[in-house]
Write a protein that binds this ligand. Structure first.
Ligand code: SAM
Length: 281
């Protein structure tokens, strides 16, 4: 019996189901259930929420989410070897854990979820970044989720919360901070995982804003940011030349010196630039 529920400790689960970690699936498991419960607590009050968990693996975070009172957890796992272990958790929490064996990048879990929804995941870092960008850039806002609690490589976490004038500042910071409050809530050393990865990790918590922080057309803002940071060493009048005719005038209208570089420009200024290029109705 474990510290947080009546199920066996995770090492035993991994031995029983022979879940040898696969590098190709980015498998670095969390085995300390006190730690997974702590991560689950960072996701906020789960009692009235459905939680979408991507990449449950042997179920450490899943058990944390359920023990912390999630109304329901929908867990999407690509590795079919994990399904029997996850089914045991579902049996211990009747009606509260639904499992999907599939690739989170290909399936649409929305039809299985009832709002309010929170998302929690410890994912391979490339998959996590791709999903984060998708979750931050839906056609309509507010999105299906109320909050995202996601484990990242420390450097990626720092890029999400970065401020202008720093090396980490770029597209990810602007995308995240335009429509969400983002903060790092937990730092984890490699030894917290089995096997330990080469890098440090951090949990980022993002809360969806009811409306974007500053008004702007999403597609124009996204184009301006992508072009600005694609050549981040160049002056904006050069890197944004192809985005719109008369870019120097638009830059001035947004209060940005045309000789400025993207990493010095605030989110508010990028939004003003997007509005100058494409005024809102
Ligand atoms: N959440 C577990 C934990 O904290 O111990 C496992 C974390 S491990 C870093 C990442 C998990 O994501 C693995 O179980 C892996 O099989 C799964 N995974 C990798 N790519 C995936 C994808 N595209 N869709 C769904 N699950 C994926």
């Amino acid at each position: 019996m474990s510290a947080i529920d009546s199920l066996p400790p995770l090492r035993e689960v991994i031995d029983t189901h022979q879940l040898l970690a696969r590098k190709s699936l980015g498998q670095n498991f969390l085995l300390d259930l006190n730690l997974t419960a702590k991560i689950a607590r960072q996701a906020g009050d789960l009692s009235g929420c459905d939680v979408l968990e991507i990449g449950p693996g042997p179920g450490g975070l899943t058990r944390g989410l359920l023990a912390e009172g999630a109304r329901r957890v929908l867990a999407v796992e690509k590795d079919s070897r994990c399904m029997p272990a996850l089914a045991e958790i579902a049996a211990a929490y009747p009606g509260r854990l639904e499992l999907i064996n599939g690739d989170a990048l290909e399936i649409d879990p929305l039809q299985h979820l009832t709002p309010p929804v929170r998302v929690a995941a410890n994912l391979p870092y490339n998959v996590g970044t791709e999903l984060l960008v998708r979750w931050l850039t839906p056609k309509d806002w507010p999105p299906f989720w109320q909050s995202l609690t996601l484990m990242f490589q420390r450097e990626v976490a720092e890029r999400i919360v970065a401020q202008p004038g720093t090396k980490a500042y770029g597209r990810l910071a602007l995308l995240a901070q335009w429509r969400a409050d983002a903060r790092i809530v937990l730092a984890l050393p490699p030894e917290a995982f089995s096997p330990p990865p080469k890098v440090h990790s951090a949990v980022v918590h993002l809360t969806a804003l009811a409306e974007p922080r500053f008004p702007a057309d999403a597609a124009t803002l996204s184009r301006v940011i992508a072009a600005g940071f694609n050549q981040r060493r160049k002056m904006l009048r050069a890197s944004l030349k192809s985005v719109a005719p008369g870019i120097e005038d638009h830059l001035r209208a947004a209060g940005i010196a045309p000789t400025e570089r993207a990493e010095q420009v605030s989110l508010e200024q990028f939004c003003a630039l997007a509005r100058s290029i494409k005024p809102l109705d």
